[in-house]
Design a binder for this molecule. Structure first.
Ligand code: PMV
Length: 338
């Protein structure tokens, strides 16, 4: 017999996809058209506690010390409803979440956020899930969160493509990827920390529904994943970088092909991309990837990270901040008494 704890606290980190998730085939279950692969970071943690409250009439959500409202609150409450349905407990919860990353800027704040919430809520409500179960649960908050359950490199399986959604739901989760000794870093150039104008959810939907470039990208992304796994296994950083860069540029091409176009890339993005090309011309292994925002993440060797950071900082010309991340740990429960 499983019992619910009074409460639990979890910490999780964001992840950056090297093979992107772009496009859902089931919006409610967050089932993707393609599998994706990412590196979990060792910076920008989110810490979330969930405490059951038998007396409360509603969930109470605090975000970085202030009461959450609007869409943010709604998404967290909907997620807790899902946890409650599975636990057969009806208690409302007091949720306190703190993160250190700009929200909604294409810096994967939702990945760390929902991974931490999934781990804390599953423990608080006594769901007794293994890592695959936690990954499936985190997926329901935000697709990319399924990957932040794991540290290092993780692959999120799209789930059996021919199966009906209710069945594919069972096979769509992330798991760790076996990689050789890459010693990688991701240099994150924040050229604009403001929230995006189009949410990734709306942008994905528009891309899938209207872009003639979506299907060809999805097909090539499946091949990219196969090549990526092989490149990771043999610790071939240049191959990993080349595949990641073309996969990301292809994803942005699908959005540019949408009607109307979704364009997250800004002039500053392109200036940073130019600096990455220049680094490569100078013999530095540096490769770019971009998500649902103008910010650029540059994959390189840890030993080159300072030099890469210097170059992209100069390219951003005072207009941005630069962070260096290495591979981080998966989501985990922490002792809140300490
Ligand atoms: O999980 P979401 O809805 O925040 O989607 C994020 C999608 C990208 O960050 C653009 C790509 C990815 O795989 O993380």
């Amino acid at each position: 017999e499983r019992t619910a704890a009074d409460g639990a606290t979890a910490v999780a980190h964001p992840n950056i996809a090297l093979i992107k998730y772009w496009g859902k085939r089931d919006e409610r279950l967050h089932l993707p058209w393609t599998s994706s692969l990412s590196m979990t970071l060792d910076i920008f943690p989110t810490t979330t506690s969930v405490r059951l409250d038998a007396e409360a009439a509603d969930d109470e959500v605090t975000f970085n010390g202030s009461p959450a409202s609007g869409e943010e609150r709604r998404r967290i409450a909907a997620f807790l409803d899902l946890v409650r349905r599975r636990s057969r407990l009806t208690h409302r919860a007091v949720v306190d979440t703190r993160n250190t990353v700009p929200t909604g800027a294409g810096l994967a704040s939702s990945a760390g956020g929902f991974a931490a919430l999934a781990v804390a809520a599953a423990a608080a409500y006594g769901l007794g899930l293994d890592d695959a179960g936690l990954s499936r649960l985190a997926r329901r908050g935000s697709g990319s969160a399924s990957r932040s359950i794991f540290g290092g490199f993780a692959v999120w399986h799209a789930g059996t493509p021919t199966a009906p959604p209710a069945e594919a739901d069972l096979s769509s989760y992330a798991e760790p990827v076996v990689a050789g000794d890459l010693d990688p870093a991701l240099v994150i150039a924040v050229v604009n920390a403001g929230p995006k104008e189009v949410s990734s959810r709306a942008a994905m939907r528009r891309t899938v529904e209207t872009s003639p470039l979506f299907e060809p990208w999805a097909a090539s992304s499946r091949d990219d994943l196969t090549e990526m796994r092989a490149a990771l296994l043999r610790a071939d950083l240049d191959a990993v970088g080349e595949i990641a860069e073309r996969n990301a540029l292809g994803m942005h091409a699908t959005m540019l092909g949408a009607r109307p176009a979704v364009r997250y890339l800004s002039p500053a993005t392109l200036t940073v991309l130019d600096s990455v090309l220049e680094l490569r011309r100078d013999g530095v292994s540096a490769y770019a990837t971009m998500d649902a925002g103008p910010n650029v993440k540059v994959l390189c060797r840890r030993t080159d990270a300072e030099r890469v950071a210097e170059a992209v900082r100069a390219a951003a010309a005072g207009g941005g901040t630069v962070h260096i991340a290495g591979p981080g740990q998966g989501a985990r429960l922490v002792d809140e008494s300490g």
